[in-house]
Design a protein around this ligand. Structure first.
Ligand code: GBH
Length: 462
């Protein structure tokens, strides 16, 4: 991995998108305002004890539904050229489909217009995990094929209404996360009962690809001329040892995570071979028509890349595990470690409060290698955008001390080194078209509640 070398004469290419990001559910608050319907996350955080670490909710969050003008003014004052935010589906369609809520369309119209007035280009994500609760409860959400038409119907309203005011679109945020990382609690009342729990992530992934690609083609047919991309996510994968088995585990992990969506969208409309053989016993193949529809539906390779992690083979090796394909825990054919192995030179661990894994490290030295890897493996024609990167600073004392200014020195060096890594990759010939810092404000970090602070603006939430 090349080390960042300083060269102060370097600069980002002309037209580079240089922005900050957020997502509707994490910043808006106003969950009952102006006709918004509930999303699954309202139900999870309000009704499932312990789903977020301290049972915090998004009811108020950053109040951005009301404060967006101030927030956009701050973004403009930072000097960045784009703001990436998402639209809440259950504001626009309180029941997921059916009656459109005009107040919601007016609201986002004003958000978009305010960005434009300030010279900040709006980047819009249609879906950042906040599924209308009604769709979860009526047919079980993403594992059901019914989601596809409902999503495309929603996408049609959004693309038609805002059209060419928006230069960059992301259709779905991180299906790996909403399909695989956040399974609904067992016996959750809106859960799909027809599909075994262990299969649900993969049905969700199948429908995500169909919904994404249909929405992509629909937007193109409506004459949308902004870039429209698939927003994937995942960290850089490093073998724990130099054994052949650990190298295989890394390859399997690329297939299983990024490749699950990036192979269909960028290579051939279909899953990587290892996934195909895993899926064979329960998931229908895509038809040739579907493959054709899915392939090529991303104008840039949009990737949310925060960290790196080590992968290793299970006991008995990767292939022995894969042969046991009936094992629903197939992902365990590779393991990952969040420890801080001395071989990595001692990574600084991010202060995330997620209940399941301390997934974040300050590992900026891999950035050029990761960008090369994406360029070589998926060969995106429109280049690569890092659509989220950021770091959670530990702020143990702020709640009691309530300082006016907090110094986020670890995050600052993360950003500086990450950007140096991007410059190095650009200098080495990788086409990187933009990057978006997560996040503009501290916000509701899903299961971590307000316990993880990614904001470059500190928000004294409590
Ligand atoms: C991004 O995902 C999200 O797009 C964004 O909304 C979020 O604010 C940001 O991360 C920072 O957290 O609950 O222990 O299972 C990055 C990928 C996928 C990393 C889900 C954390 C869950 C950990 N994330 N994963 S856990």
């Amino acid at each position: 991995v090349p080390m960042a070398t300083k060269n102060s004469s370097w600069s980002f290419p002309k037209g580079f998108w240089w922005g900050v990001a957020s997502a509707a559910y994490q910043v808006e608050g106003a969950v009952k305002a102006e006709g918004r319907g509930p999303s699954i996350w309202d139900a999870l955080l309000h009704r499932v004890t312990g789903y977020s670490v301290a049972n915090e909710t998004a009811d108020i969050a950053d109040n951005q539904y009301y404060m967006y003008k101030q927030d956009i003014a701050r973004i403009a004052a930072l000097g960045v050229n784009t703001y990436s935010f998402s639209i809440s589906w259950s504001r626009v369609f309180p029941f997921g489909n059916g009656q459109v809520n005009q107040l919601a369309l007016d609201h986002y119209d004003d958000v978009i217009n305010t960005c434009i007035e300030y010279g900040v280009e709006p980047s819009v994500t249609l879906y950042h995990w906040d599924l209308p609760l009604y769709l979860q409860n009526s047919y079980g959400g993403w594992p059901s094929s019914q989601i596809v038409d409902d999503f495309v119907n929603y996408a049609k309203v959004i693309f038609s209404y805002y059209g060419n005011k928006v230069p960059r679109w992301y259709i779905l945020n991180e299906p790996i996360a909403f399909c695989y990382d956040y399974p609904l609690p067992d016996n959750y009342f809106g859960a799909n009962k027809e599909i075994p729990t262990w299969q649900q992530p993969y049905w969700c992934g199948r429908h995500a690809l169909l919904a994404h690609s249909k929405a992509y083609h629909l937007a193109k047919s409506l004459g949308i001329n902004g870039t429209i991309s698939f927003k994937n996510n995942g960290g850089y994968k490093i073998p724990l040892t130099n054994s052949t088995e650990d190298a295989k585990a890394v390859e399997r992990a690329w297939d299983f995570f990024e490749g699950w969506f990036a192979n269909p969208v960028f290579i051939n409309g279909n899953f990587p071979e290892a996934l195909k053989s895993f899926f064979a016993s329960f998931l229908p193949d895509f038809t040739d028509e579907e493959k054709q529809m899915i392939n090529g539906t991303s104008d840039v390779f949009a990737h949310d890349a925060y960290t790196a992690e080590f992968y290793f083979a299970p006991k008995g090796g990767v292939d022995a595990c894969v042969q046991n394909i009936s094992n629903p825990y197939w992902p365990l054919c590779f393991g990952s470690t969040y420890n801080n192995p001395a071989s990595a030179g001692g990574w600084v661990i991010g202060a995330v409060a997620d209940p399941l894994s301390p997934w974040l490290h300050k590992t900026t030295e891999w950035v050029p290698a990761f960008l090369h890897f994406i360029a070589d493996k998926w060969k995106p024609k429109g280049g690569i955008a890092i659509t989220e990167f950021g770091f959670a600073e530990p702020f143990e004392s702020v709640k009691t001390n309530k300082p006016d200014i907090v110094f986020d020195s670890i995050r600052s060096s993360y950003y500086k080194e990450y950007l140096e890594g991007i410059l190095i990759a650009i200098d080495e010939g990788v086409n990187v078209v933009g990057c978006l810092a997560w996040s503009i404000l501290d916000n509701l970090e899903w299961r971590a509640g307000y316990g993880s602070r990614f904001g470059i603006h500190f928000y004294l939430i409590k």
